[in-house]
Every structure is written in C-alpha cells, then in structure tokens.
Design a protein around this ligand. Structure first.
Ligand code: XMP
Length: 507
C-alpha cells in the first residue's frame, strides 16, 4: 500500500499533518525522527514535521536524510530549517518571533507544490528561527512580506520545504498544498478509503486468525463496537464478545446496548456483575482508589467469563492510532497521553495474543468505518462515556441507591438534549451527584435533600473543553423535570467551568 511517512520532530501539529493526509484518502504513518522505518518501495514520500526545537539548539533532533533525492520529501517549519541548515544554508533567530497569519506575497510560477495557490493566500506561521540564506542549488519558491525564504525546492530532486504550516486550518490553501505533494509529486492514488480499509483489514484478520477463537470486551462505545464488527465479518462466531454490566452504566443502557449487539448478529454474552462492583466500591471515596477497584473487578469478571470459552487464543482490543503513536520526546512528548487507563491489562496466565484491528485509525476514521459497516446511529454518535461510568460522577462513596438516583437525573437530561436536538451539538453531557444535601421547600414542608450538577461541554478531543451555552429555557425545563420527578433531589446546578483549569468529570 502506498504510504507517506511523517517523521516527527515533536511538533504539536504532527498528528494534524497525518489527519490531513488521510483526509486526502492517502495512508500515512507517524514515526519518531530517530526511528525511521525501512523505506521500501511502498513509501511514496516523506514529510518532516516541525519541532519545538531550534536547529541551533545543542540537542536539536538530527534526522538521517539519506533518503533525500531518492524519495520525495516535504519539510515543514523545523523540517525546512533543518535541511537548509544541514546542506550549507544559514538559519538565524528571527528578530521577532513569527507567529500567526501571514500572506504569500510571491509564488514561483509553475511550481508543482504551489500549483493552484494564489498570491495573497493566507498561511500560518509559528517559528522563532528564519532561513536567512538557502544552500546552493536550492531555489526559492515562495515568500511572505516578512519571510523571504518561506519555501524552497532542491534543484534536480523532488525535495520541497515550507516555513509555514499547511496542516493548520488557518492556512487557507494548506490542504491543496498537501494534495499537490502527496498526489502530484509522490504519485499517491487517493484510494485509501473506508471500503478499502475494511476489505484489507478483514482479509488480513482472516489470514492472521484463521480458525482461532478470539475474545473481546464490548463497552458500548464506538471503538469496541467497530472492532467487533470487523472481527465478526472476518471470523464470524469465532469472535466471542463479553459485555459486562458493572452497575455504573446509564439507565437501561446495558439492556438496550446488549439488544443492539445481538441485532447486529454478534456472538455476545452479557454478564450482570453489578454486585461485584458495588462490593468492591464499598467504603471507597478516593477517586483513584475507585478507578482502581473498578479496573480490577472488571479484569476478574472478564477473566472468569473468558475462561469459559474453550480454547480461546486471542484477545481483541479497540485500541486506536492516538494510543499507539510513539511519542517523540524532543522537549516532552508531542502527544499528551491520557492518564485514564481503565483496564491495566489482563492476567498473564491467560496467555492471550493481542489483535487490534483499529490500531491505525484516528477516532473520526473509526466512526466512518463504523458507519460504512452499518453501525447504528445510536451507537455511532454517542457521547464519550468514561470507563468507570457513573462511579466518578457520584462524588464520594458509590452505592446502588445513589446510582439509581443519578441514572434518573442523567436520563432526564439526555432525553431532553435529544428531544431539543441539542445532543449532537454537545460533545459530552452528564450529571454529577454531589455529596451534600441542601435545604428546600416542597408544598408546606421543608426538605433536606441531594444536589446534582449538570455538565455539558464542547470539545474536539476532550483535552480542552468549554462549557456548552445551553439555552436558559432548556436548563429551566430540565431542572424542573428533575426536581419534580426524581425523589431525593431538590436542587440542580449547571457547571460553567472550562477545561483547563477544571476537568470535564468532577473526579
Ligand atoms: P477529564 O475529566 O479528564 O475527562 O477532563 C476527559 C475525558 O476523559 C473521560 N474520562 C475517563 N475515561 N476512564 C475513561 O475511560 C476514566 O477514568 C476517565 N476519566 C475521565 C471523560 O469522560 C472525558 O471524556
């Protein structure tokens, strides 16, 4: 398969380059600059990412460029400065740090990389160094008002470099530039689509797994569901799915999702383990201890169930690409790794081999594949839901009674979001049960009951988030319904904190 290799020098934008290349239906992989894979005939081109470093730093990443001249190369920002510096040019610190929007004031006519991009096109700059002088044999291909050497080409080679970031939204013609590189210069066929991914993956899974049995834990989330569908397509009923009711799911979720899985033809067993989880959570108030207890109980329950499957050889997981990309530590990793790990790994004694059919996909690609495999919209478009479930939305000790109250509150909130067509506008929403009681009045009586907080956020990846500005009338209606219908709750608050400094969950 034709592949573009992106060599990461630690830029915060490296993943974005990969996403843009894939948007062009071209397959690409990210590798650290100092662990270059074998660049065989399937490698159609190499992109050198930016970096938080300066080429003048003592510890600046040194990339082995022995492929330059043989394979088309596109250097971006640091990648551009690095090649210029290494081959006899001069890179100096800019007098002013160039950050933000700029416009291309000159474009070399007929240049393949810049084909179809007009003078004045907006580009995004983010650099502290500038290329003062290009090496001999390098030709200037574009400039901005402040940066003369904004782009160059190496004569006689398909090697190009640009100082700005085409992968960033603010570079208006950035995608066109990347397309010029991967399609026209590297000759990639734009044939990496959901359909081709499904065909290749299913056929690889067939040969990898043959007649072996595989076990997979379903969570109700998109990743595990799509992984299950792919495996089911490849090996049918040799895929054994386990869906555990940890007693911490949303109202009716276990029954509804289990029914959907059965509808999809999956060979799935539902395990009611509510009481094991509640027992494990008894007396625990520290959020991390709660998470650990849930993780451990899950492994015990899953293990016991998996052991009932005769001769199972593989454990399938819904791992996706952002979990796999090896982070490049130039000045800290380029990828912020989430600290939330629900399942710390299965017991050694199971001796299962691991199969991860989604390990090359980004989240949005998993959704596209799921859609194309016919995954129901209820499963496809769900908000993210934390592995420890409602346990981290019940502050303090978790009990079955508190779970029931929170399930009712949460269900009213979510139903209303759906009814008012707000569900898909919000990235994630839920309710939190606070460990306090407040005074209220109902009829002639004074009440002393629980307080809940509603949380709804806008986000792209959960790393940062802003609170959703839901309409007041909507919030008023939801609050009324909760207080009137959920016994034991007499006060509703709306969380208006953004992340950072707050987080999405309260624990
Ligand atoms: P925070 O609270 O860190 O949440 O802003 C960011 C995203 O991660 C989810 N989250 C978790 N997911 N196990 C998970 O699988 C966890 O322990 C966990 N804690 C938070 C949270 O729901 C949000 O989508």
């Amino acid at each position: 398969m034709q592949t573009i290799i992106i060599l990461d020098h630690g830029s915060q934008y490296t993943q974005l380059i990969a996403r843009k290349v894939r948007e062009l239906n071209v397959y690409c992989e990210i590798h650290p600059y100092n662990k270059i894979p074998d660049l065989g005939p399937e490698v159609a081109g190499v992109i050198l990412s930016g970096s938080p470093c300066s080429v003048r730093d003592e510890n600046a990443p040194q990339t082995d460029l022995s492929f330059k001249g043989r394979i088309p190369v596109l250097g971006i920002c640091y990648g551009a400065q690095y090649m210029a510096d290494k081959f006899g040019g001069e890179v100096i610190a800019s007098k002013i740090r160039e950050y933000g929007r700029a416009r291309l004031s000159h474009i070399e006519a007929g240049n393949k990389l810049l084909k179809g991009i007009p003078v004045n096109s907006q580009v995004w700059m983010s650099h502290g160094d500038t290329i003062l002088r290009l090496p001999e044999d390098y030709t200037l291909i574009c400039s901005t008002e402040n940066v003369e050497n904004a782009g160059y080409k190496v004569n006689g080679e398909e090697t190009y470099a640009i100082q700005f970031h085409p992968e960033v939204y603010h570079s208006t013609d950035g995608l066109k530039l990347l397309k010029n590189f991967v399609v026209d210069i590297c000759g990639c066929g734009q044939d990496w689509t959901e359909a081709s991914f499904i065909d290749t993956t299913v056929s690889n899974l067939k040969s990898q797994l043959s007649n072996d049995k595989v076990v997979l834990g379903l969570s109700g989330g998109v990743d595990s569901s799509v992984a299950a569908m792919l495996l089911h397509k490849a090996i049918g009923n040799n895929l054994n799915c386990i869906f555990v009711d940890n007693g911490l799911l949303r109202k009716n979720e276990f029954e509804d999702v289990l029914a959907s899985y059965k509808d999809m033809g999956l060979n799935v067993v539902g395990v009611d383990a509510k009481h094991e989880f509640y027992d494990a959570l008894k007396g625990l108030t520290d959020p991390e201890k709660k998470r650990k207890a849930i993780g451990k109980t899950f492994i015990d329950v899953f293990d016991a169930q998996a052991n009932k499957i005769n001769g199972v050889k593989w454990l399938a997981q819904g791992t996706i690409y952002p979990d796999v990309i090896e982070s490049c530590s130039v000045k800290g990793p380029s990828v912020t790794i989430k600290s939330h790990h629900n399942v710390g790994g299965l017991p050694e004694h199971m001796k299962l081999k691991i199969v991860e059919p989604l390990r090359t996909l980004f989240k949005d690609e998993v959704r596209k594949v799921g859609k194309s495999l016919g995954l129901k919209p209820e499963l496809l478009n769900r908000h993210p839901f934390p592995g420890p479930g409602l346990a981290i939305r019940i502050l303090g000790e978790v009990t079955g009674e508190k779970v029931k109250i929170l399930q009712e509150v949460d269900a009213i909130f979510i139903e209303n979001l759906k009814r008012e067509k707000l569900y898909d506008k919000v990235w994630q929403a839920g309710a939190v049960l606070l460990p306090i009681q407040s005074v209220g009045v109902m009829g002639d009586e004074r009440t002393y009951e629980r307080v809940v907080a509603l949380r709804a956020v806008e986000s792209v990846d959960g790393m940062t988030a802003d609170w959703s500005h839901l309409p007041y009338d909507f919030l008023a209606e939801v609050s009324n319904q909760i207080i009137n219908r959920v016994k034991g709750v007499n006060r509703v608050c709306y969380d208006i904190s953004s992340k950072p400094p707050a987080t999405i969950e309260w624990e």
